[in-house]
Design a protein around this ligand. Structure first.
Ligand SMILES: Nc1ncnc2c1ncn2[C@@H]1O[C@H](COP(=O)(O)OP(=O)(O)OP(=O)(O)O)[C@@H](O)[C@H]1O
Ligand SMILES: [Mg+2]
Length: 271
């Protein structure tokens, strides 16, 4: 099977710090793959390379056989690779519905000239109606339809993340990258989210997930790629990863206390 996404010997340096070294793995169409590793392992950095927010110092990423080298984020989105961000950013005083509308308008102006053309041709009203229908359908898809008229800032932090998922789905991606999608969600929100992940996959979207929630990762992933200090240390199905000595060492090894402190700091930042 030919890969949908290929990460080919990618390296990233920040000054003297090697954030990623020689990272290489594939994601095949229809898979749910998780990229895991302790805090600071380089997971978000890898996402930033795949989505054009960061140029790698070495190697390249290919998507549907095309090199993404040098492409800006919106071009990569247009090719069918979408992402959510580790930190949510909703407009808290606008409704959930308006947040999606604002996002759709932004995407529209980034990804095509259609909105301007519509305005020039006097089709603005029809376009607006179409966008409102799309926003409603997207909110339905992520389970937020019932919350449409609430202020986004009044949603639980975990629910706010679903707005980001809705906007990523709005680009009609072939592949979706989710960066810690369930952080801040309680157990029942997480269960709902797992169902959503499977629905998204069943709708034909390939998924790459960065997530610290190990029960979720083990449950939902077809394959897992493990990073530690920027290096690939294991790759395989959940059962093999769970039993892999290098993975166990990375999670339980010397840095464990410091990493927990790091996780605490991140929670505080989100609060
Ligand atoms: N813009 C940057 N400038 C300098 N260093 C950076 C930058 N972004 C990330 N780093 C460093 O690169 C390393 C990898 O960071 P990254 O955010 O990719 O880790 P992560 O695996 O996503 O961690 P977490 O699980 O905490 O989100 C860390 O040491 C981090 O401090
Ligand atoms: Mg991260």
């Amino acid at each position: 099977m030919s890969a949908l996404l290929s990460v080919e010997h990618v390296g990233v340096r920040f000054g003297g710090l090697v954030a990623i070294a020689d990272l290489h793995f594939d994601v095949n169409p229809g898979e749910i793959v998780s990229l895991i590793g302790p805090n600071g392992a380089g997971k978000t950095t890898a996402f930033n390379v795949m989505t054009g927010f960061l140029r790698p110092s070495q190697g390249e990423v290919r998507f549907r056989g095309t090199s993404l080298a040098g492409l800006p984020p919106h071009e990569i989105t247009r090719l069918g690779l979408a992402r959510t961000f580790q930190r949510t950013s909703v407009f808290p005083d606008d409704t959930v519905f308006d947040n999606v509308m604002i996002g759709l308008h932004r995407q529209g102006s980034l990804m095509s000239r259609a909105p301007l053309l519509d305005t020039l041709l006097g089709r603005g009203g029809a376009n607006e109606r179409r966008l409102r229908e799309r926003a409603a359908a997207l909110l339905e898809r992520v389970g937020l339809a019932g919350r449409s008229n609430e202020k986004a800032g009044s949603l639980a932090y975990g629910e706010q993340r679903l707005v980001g998922v809705a906007l990523a789905l709005a680009t009609e991606p072939a592949m979706l990258l989710l960066d810690e999608p369930v952080s801040g969600m309680n157990a029942s929100e997480t269960r709902v989210f797992v169902r959503l992940i499977r629905q998204i996959r069943d709708s034909g979207v390939t998924l790459l997930l960065v997530e610290h929630d190990m029960p979720l990762v083990m449950d939902v992933s077809d394959r897992i790629v493990v990073l530690n200090y920027g290096r690939l240390i294991a790759e395989g199905p959940p059962a093999a990863i769970r039993a892999d000595p290098a993975v166990i060492e990375a999670y339980l090894g010397q840095g464990s206390a410091a990493r927990h402190a790091g996780a605490g700091a991140r929670e505080a930042e989100h609060a």
